[in-house]
Design a protein around this ligand. Sequence first.
Ligand SMILES: *Cc1c(COP(=O)(O)O)cnc(C)c1O
Length: 367
Amino acid sequence: MIPFLDLNQINAPFQEAIEQATLRVLRSGWYILGKELSSFEKSFASYCEAAHCIGVANGLDAITLILKAFDFPTGSELIVPANTYIASVLPVSYLGLTPVLVEPDPVTMLLNPALVEERITPNTRAIITVDLYGRSCEMDAIMDIAERHRLKVITDAAQAHGAIYKGKKVGNIADATAFSFYPTKNLGALGDAGAITTSDDTLAEKITFLRNYGSKERYKNEYKGANSRLDEIHAAILSVKLPHLESDNKRRRAIAQRYLDEITTEGLTLPPADKVEQDAWHLFVVRHAERAALVAHLENCGVQTNVHYPLPIHKQHAYTELAHLDLPVSEKIHREVISLPLHPMLTDEEVSVVIDAINTFSVRQKP
Ligand SMILES: *Cc1c(COP(=O)(O)O)cnc(C)c1O
């Protein structure tokens, strides 16, 4: 069986270096807000070509702290993509703001800039873009709309470490960008971790206070902050893995290119092939009207798949207030998507097995 993702396999090349880094932190006697974190923050900011990186507890907090720092007035509306993981939208709700769900482009499955402007009202304050599956959104169009309407742009890049848009690294395009280092992401810790990148000095300073109880100086609190710090131990582990992110992404791109070139299954929609070298390929998401049959067929061939995601936000029990929305493009995507195995440890032989398996699927041979 080819597993969808095996974290043991992902971390095996780093085993010894991770053990050393962990031991170093243990012996230092300093576990929170120390030199491991500042060192990782410096390297990740530089990797993203951003002026600042602020390490936080997870990706969800990264988005929440950015929104908190902007201090949008109650009643503010934020544009969010209808096709995303729930973590992109929850922070908006936490802060008592209103998420305005916008349909994706049917090809890229990312926020459709052509549909954003008509949803802007006098209460709109920001656009949250999500670089879902590892591909950057159409940022020129989005930044242009934002500029004309004086809106902030926040990118959820939890799936897009190392993605590029028109020569610029994701993390250096929006006003602020949120990353997650959840273990399965392109850059993953051995637990929860996240970060924010921005080139806005004032915003960076405010977020640095907000992640640590809103405190500028010890026991002096400027803001009602959070406890959302990236632990020294995770920072040390991330510093071991960051230097390999580019080569990992290169391997992901090579696998994606093979899938794009060699998969010929009838009735299957492949992801767009126009930005193979810019995309971080966190996930390789194909679409088929007979999803259940295809998943079963691949399982029979020894290929494990996943669905990102089976149920859109407006159909979740947690969001009954959005249940009235009619979002047919998102709903169709959620019915049809399948993620194929794609990670840097996948061998050429395994890639061939996946390709052969999917190419032998035919709608007529329903199980
Ligand atoms: C993983 C993920 C998050 C949340 O990150 P956590 O570290 O799990 O909080 C947010 N948005 C997207 C698109 C994600 O994939």
